[in-house]
Structure formats: C-alpha cells, structure tokens
Design a protein around this ligand. Sequence first.
Ligand code: C2O
Ligand code: CU
Ligand code: CU
Length: 511
Amino acid sequence: MDRRHFLALGSAAGLAAVAHRGPALEAAMAAYHAKRPRRHPHLDRALLRPPPEVSAANLTLRAAARRVEIAPGVPVEVWSPGDGPVGPTIRARTGDTATITLENALAEPTILHWHGLRVPEAADGHPRLAIAPGSTYRYTFPVIDRAGTYWYHAHPHHRTGVQAYRGMTGLLLVNDAAEEALGLPDGAHEVPLLIQDRRLAADGTFAYEPAMHEQMEGFFGDAAFANGIRLPTMPVETTTYRLRVVNATTSRVLRLALSNGHVMTLIGNDGGLLPAAETVTSVDLGTGERADLLVDFAHLPVGSRVTLVSAPFASPARMGGMGMGMGGMGRGMGRGAGGMGAGGMGAGGVPQGGAMDLVEFTIDRAVTPRGWSPRPLPTLVLPDPERATRTRMFHFNSAMMQHDINGRAFDMERIDETVRFGDTEVWTFVNDSPFPHPVHMHEVQFQVIERVGGRARVMPWERGLKDTVLVYPGERVSVAATFDRYRGRFLMHCHNMVHEDMGMMMNYAIV
Ligand code: C2O
Ligand code: CU
Ligand code: CU
C-alpha cells in the first residue's frame, strides 16, 4: 500500500465508522445531544480511560453481568471481571506471587487464562477447569516471565468467544528492573489499549451470534472498542507516548498505523521487549498478539488530531481467488475486495481487512517533548532451533463448517502430543485453509524462525519472544520453543475465537 493511498483512507475510516453506528446507538446519541448542547465535536466520543490498576497479590475478580456506559449515555450489558466494561489491568513484577480468586457470578461456567504467562497447569485456565456459576477458583503462581504486555481472558470450552467479546478480558502488565532502567514513558504517557470490535444490536446489547459464513471466517464487529470504550478519544501532549496494544478481537487481524502516516517505534511484542527497537509504519496483529509502541506527538499543532487506525489491507481470505472456493459460505469477492472493505459493509460488520478507527488522539497541550531514542534493550535469550530434538507438523484446516488441527477437533480429555520436559522442539504450523489463523501456544514463549510461502519471511514485529503467530493461507511458519518450566497439560490453538470454540485446539502434555 503506498502512503498517499493510505492517507486518503485514514479519514475514510472515520467516516465509515460514523456511518455504521447501530440504530440503537444512533438513537441514544441523538437523545444525548438533544439534552446537551454540543460545545465540542468530540463530546460524542467517550474519553479513553485506562482500566483501573490492581496488584496480582490477593486479588479478587468477580465475573458478573453489569451495565456500563460504552459511549456517553449508552449503557450496555457487559460480562466483566470487575466494575468496568472490561477487567482491571493487573500489574505485577517479575518475582511476585500472584494470588487471584475468581468468583463466578455469571449464569454459565467460566475460567480465566493468563495469556502469555508460564504458570503451573492448575493456574493455566484450561477449559476443563471451568467453574460453575456461584463457584470460586483460586490461582496461585509465581510471576516468572520478563516484563511485557500480557493479557487475560475467559477460556471455557465453546464459550471463549462470546465471553471475551462481552468483556471477560483485561490487560496484565509485568514490569522488571531491566525494563525500568530504560526510562520508558510512564504514568499518563503509558497507555494500555485492549482492542476489540463489536456490534451493537438494535435492542442495545452486544450482538454475538456468528452466522454461517461467520462460523467459517470469523466474527467481525462494526466499530472498535479500546478498554471497553467505543471509539474513544484521548487528549495528549506534544511528547512521546507508550501504547501497549493487545489484539483482543474475536477474529480480526489489525494493521496498526497512524492516520497521518507517521512512523512508530516498535519496542516490544508478546514476550516483552524486542532485541532491538524497530521503526515501522504499520504492525499487523492477529488476535492474541501484542505490540508495545512508542508514538511521538511532538511538533504536531495543538488542536490537531491523529488516529490510531487499523489500516485497510487485502484480506488473505480473498487473495489469489482462495475465497472463491468457499462458494456461498464466503463473503463474496465483491465485498471488501482490494481492502476497501469499509465501503462495502452490511449488517455483518467491517469485513476482515476493512479500515477501522481505533483510538483518536487530540493534541491538547504543547510541552517540551521528552524524547526517547532507541537504546540497547535488555539482552534476550531465545530458544535455539539448533538444539531441537524434534520437529512436529500441524495442519490447520477449515472446511465444511469445521475447524481442526491435523484432522481432529478438540477433545478436552485427549492428549494429542507429548513433549519431554526440558526439550527444545521446532513446531511447524501449516495453513491449508482460506482463512488466517493466529496460532497460540500456552506455557511457552517461542522464537519465530521461518515462514515459507505467503509473506515468506519473519516480519519485523515477530522478532524476540512470542506466544502467538499469524499464519496466513498458504503459509507454513516454524517456531522453536523450550518446554522447561512446568509439567502438565497445556493447549495449542488458533486464537480466532470462533475457530477455537469450534475445535481448532489441541492438548499437549509436558512430561
Ligand atoms: Cu489467549 Cu488459550 O489463549
Ligand atoms: Cu494463552
Ligand atoms: Cu483459525
């Protein structure tokens, strides 16, 4: 995509978003504005709020249905492990002990998983550990992982998608001494962004009922939410901010970019800080992946606006005619083809690859910029593929309303692979289907070592340690992992939550 093209689309994304508010939200917004004279065009955008921060020690998370405002004057029922529209941000330091009690006040079973952290089996939130309504679950685990942007979400079998969508998710930020020594932007300049996309139904609830074609490609919302707030805005100063972005969407690949086309400095991803900072114009994140970005608002005029967007891209499901094989199940080539998806939406939300506004920043105050120049990041020990004792191959298939791995759908009790404790292995994920699969491994942080086919290289945002990697149709991606922390039963799965709920998941045991 050339930059001129993108700049033009940056504003188109905003228009498209306005045009596709649900009818319920339209009505609520109209009522709101009738009551309250508009002094500022941004009053109809809610302010971005960081979720409240809590410590991992002696924490109680009560999962319950609640009514919260997701935009001014628009209350919606969410299911959340806290008082807000999503869960609180859990802060921990490497070496801390997390003691967390989950209370289930929902009307259905649930369990929480700490995505990216290496924890004992009993603390990992495997679906077979889901607890009934009215029950509690106690997690105790040492935080052994390095500083990074981790997150948590519900993980009950068949219900991960709907529960995370309704708000059963949050950020989990780990700090350590090596990261603190870097003097990265903090306080109001450190902005956690848990990104989701949702559809507001006519009855004022979040709609989540994947239709037939959505059970294949995935579920797509019509507007983005950050920290549970719909299309928020945030006043910023003319200095450097640290954006810690989690792709917590159900199925959407985000192409993070700034609407003014400016570069960003990528300093970290799933497993913490990268071996070296990267200057990027965009970063692609599949569901479950994270980006730690420095964004510089210096030299922008006070009063101007910059939006963090998901820039349009040609959805791989429709590239090379692959979508055609889907017959009536796909979304059809006319819609969203060529990445102009935002122009062709229907009731189904913005298609995969369509432009979306995520968070708007308004330059509010000029200050002396406190720059941050790339400096050596903490050294990083990566799993060494040369030491691998085994290679395993996993084929991800989506066809005939089914999603499976190596021809098998998830069975909670079946162990599909057994790995020897302490070993390093290379796992190769092969995408034989027309849809992107963000592949996630519990219990390890891996090194992406090779991508064959498709994009045919390891992307700049895939260096360092990761726990989720995006595998596009026609790609085979190899990762190296060392299984040396805990023995037990853990999961590997596609993190497109529609796919995982339909069985694109398997157990592996470390023995
Ligand atoms: Cu985000 Cu099984 O995990
Ligand atoms: Cu996980
Ligand atoms: Cu998938």
